[in-house]
Design a protein around this ligand. Structure first.
Ligand SMILES: Cc1ncc(COP(=O)(O)O)c(C=O)c1O
Length: 354
């Protein structure tokens, strides 16, 4: 790609692209049966339906710090939502869900940035039903060896697909999760908008045309349409095939390489901490700030240099002092030169903000 836009949404990838070749160097084998959905939220709805088919859900427990679109969806559909405290930036904490949740409760546990560990509750009798969210830790060891009742992962955050997610039951022989037989125009329209956006972004990056404004508008519209979807219909065959094609490739080795390249030459700053955990691969280059103004000025600096990070999550509040998190994308799209460019820009900002 000849345009130096780093980060944000994926562009359409084709088999001859270097990024495609890099990603597909790392095939994985899994015996798990995944059910594909349009979105992570649709996958959640299917999982809740599966649970409701077997039992009456008493309380639903969500982490106090979590993706706001999922929080909104669950609150829209259930009136028994509770929250448990979690520090999303420290990973040796001993979350014990049996201290607050009872059987017939459902507890959502998030794999924060791919760095979380999970207690094994499978020997407990009368334990709550556990759903793990591996959106940010797809194919991590914790994801592959989950002992939860259900798992979901929104794969559109990992692979170059307009939409796509999976749900699975790691410990069950009855592996199929339901689809809802209904019309969901919102998700179909979201898919079309995001697909076109990805195609236009490809053209923008290749400098074929400059439809930047248009792909950004479509991206925004697609994300808004996703918020309106409230079902879990079966994705169209083409998308299921795309999801099943990509989920056999491990995004983590290249992220790990890029992460190491970045931190080896990144200067230290009193303004942010790098979130990491020995032996794990983080979802991206995660920089955590405590001062909102400095955070915003850093973000603006990156954007002025065509680096587009993600704020995780802008509408979630916590009392933790260091709480403003930016994810800088360091996936298979980026080579050593891109990572050098990224680090060079961050280092200039650090020098100017001592
Ligand atoms: C951790 C996490 N889980 C689930 C989701 C929902 O995925 P989707 O946007 O595909 O519905 C998101 C969305 O950003 C997320 O960050």
């Amino acid at each position: 790609m000849s345009n130096k836009d780093l980060g944000s949404s994926f562009y359409e990838l084709k088999p001859n692209d270097p990024a495609y070749k890099i990603l597909t160097q790392y095939p994985v084998k899994s015996n798990t049966t995944f059910t594909a959905y349009y979105s992570g939220r649709n996958a959640f709805m299917a999982v809740f339906k599966d649970i409701a088919n077997k039992t009456t859900i008493n309380k639903i427990w969500l982490p106090s710090y979590y993706c706001d679109t999922v929080i909104n969806l669950i609150n829209r559909n259930f009136n028994n939502v509770h929250y448990y405290n979690i520090d999303p930036f420290h990973f040796n904490n001993d979350l014990d869900i049996t201290e607050f949740a009872k059987d017939n409760d459902v507890v959502v546990i998030n794999n924060f940035w791919g760095l979380s560990s999970f207690k094994n509750y499978s020997c407990h009798t009368n334990k709550p039903i556990i759903i793990e969210d591996h959106t940010h830790g797809w194919l991590s060891e914790k994801c592959l060896n989950s002992k939860a009742d259900y798992c979901i992962s929104s794969l559109r955050k990992t692979y170059p697909i307009p939409l796509g997610a999976v749900a699975w039951k790691p410990n069950s022989k009855d592996v199929l999760l339901p689809y809802k037989d209904t019309n969901d125009l919102s998700i179909i329209d979201a898919h079309n908008a995001l697909l076109t956006s990805m195609q236009l972004k490809r053209q923008h990056l290749k400098r074929l045309k400059d439809p930047k404004k248009k792909y950004l508008t479509l991206l925004k519209n697609g994300e808004s349409l996703l918020d309106l979807s409230n079902s879990y219909i079966k994705p169209e065959d083409v998308l299921i095939k795309q999801i099943q094609h990509y989920y056999n490739y491990d995004p983590n080795p290249i992220k790990n390489r890029n992460f190491k390249l970045a931190i080896n030459s990144l200067k230290t700053s009193k303004n942010f901490k790098v979130i990491n955990r020995e032996g794990f691969t983080p979802f991206g280059l995660l920089l955590l700030f405590k001062d909102e103004k400095i955070f915003n000025s850093f973000k603006s600096w990156l954007i002025s240099n065509q680096i587009y990070p993600a704020h995780l999550w802008p509408n979630t509040s916590t009392n933790i002092i260091w709480r403003y998190l930016l994810n800088l994308h360091i996936d298979f799209r980026y080579n050593k030169e891109d990572i050098s460019y990224l680090v060079e820009k961050i280092n200039i900002w650090i020098k100017n903000n001592v």
